[in-house]
Design a protein around this ligand. Structure first.
Ligand code: GDP
Length: 304
């Protein structure tokens, strides 16, 4: 198993550095202290709303416990942060949901370049290794090369791919995918979708149409609509999450490229402000570099 902690090296490094600097400046627990704390959290990409909320809660707790010393205060803050990260792990919705009967459909959505195709490659390989019969549908007919990229992943893992012509109606690819999945007794069908944002109204309509087509043939499907977010884009990722959440019923988040960023703090506002569970995290480009989100491992990777 690859090491989540190593994927979090950059985040941990920055986080520890900021934290140490913050604590080195410790004089006393006053308003300046909480202002600095809030700033430290915001700079770690925890997001303004969550940083303010967290600081308020900490202020209350510090008062309640009448904590004055640096070690005592620092412990309270650590505990609070860990509890917030872990709050993600206790919700049962971090699990993937599968159809009781017939094919499970998993739709991947997100803007271009965030790692949708790569995530499908990694996830499909994982499920195939578990003995599931997997099929891919290349419903991003818009971006040049998107289909070829998915086909390449399919070939690498011996997984068939349903494709359509360039610029053809993505809904027809989805339809073909669903029919093939039913005919061939497929367990899991992954649908790759377009991620152009120049016209996001059209894109959201296209995603809605795909979902209608899927549920018409397979009631209750798709089981999962996974929104893929690139952790290196920090607060932009949060903006994208708001956009997709408002227009599509997102069931969970895949947070990619955690290995390439010091912005791992983004996980907090995703959960705290958007109430979306992070289900998977990407820490590299290999198949094994996609891991189920595990709050304990994440916290240990961050503070350990
Ligand atoms: P899509 O446009 O959303 O389908 O994005 P792609 O799957 O084509 O990914 C864009 C780039 O990000 C590719 O070069 C991937 O190899 C890379 N990538 C995806 N996930 C990860 C990850 O977890 N870590 C790193 N370092 N790179 C990733």
């Amino acid at each position: 198993e690859p090491d989540l902690a190593s994927g979090l090296t950059k985040t941990r490094h920055t986080w520890t550095e900021r934290w140490n600097r913050f604590m080195a400046n410790f004089r006393q627990v006053d308003e300046d202290f909480f202002d600095d704390l809030e700033e430290t959290l915001i700079s770690a990409d925890v997001g303004a709303q969550t940083a303010v909320q967290l600081t308020d809660e900490l202020r209350d707790e510090v008062k309640l416990k009448n904590a004055k010393g640096q070690a005592e205060v620092s412990q309270i803050i650590m505990d609070k942060l860990i509890a917030l990260y872990q709050a993600q792990g206790v919700t049962e919705d971090t699990d993937m949901h599968f159809a009781k009967q017939g094919p499970t459909v998993i739709l991947l959505v997100g803007v271009n370049g965030v790692g949708k195709t790569t995530t499908i490659g990694k996830l499909s390989a994982r499920y195939r290794a578990e003995g599931k019969k997997v099929l891919l549908a290349a419903a991003d007919t818009f971006r040049a090369g998107a289909t070829e990229q998915l086909v390449a992943w399919g070939e690498r893992n011996q997984i068939p791919v349903v494709t359509g012509k360039a610029k053809s109606d993505p809904a027809s690819v989805v339809y073909d995918g669903v029919e093939t999945a039913i005919d061939q007794g497929v367990d899991v069908l992954f649908v790759d979708t377009a991620g152009r944002l120049q016209n996001n109204v059209n894109l959201m309509q296209e995603l809605a149409k795909m979902k209608r087509i899927i549920s018409r043939s397979l009631p209750g499907q798709p089981s999962e609509v996974l929104l893929v977010l690139d952790a290196t884009t920090g607060q932009n990722a949060l903006q994208q999450a708001r956009l997709f959440k408002d227009s599509t019923d997102v069931t969970g988040i895949v947070l990619t490229k955690l290995d390439g960023t010091a912005k791992g703090g983004i996980i907090l506002p995703i959960r705290n402000e958007l109430h979306l569970p992070v289900k998977w995290v990407g820490v590299g480009e290999q198949v094994s570099d996609l891991q189920p989100f595990d709050a304990d491992a994440f916290v240990k990777g961050l503070f350990g």
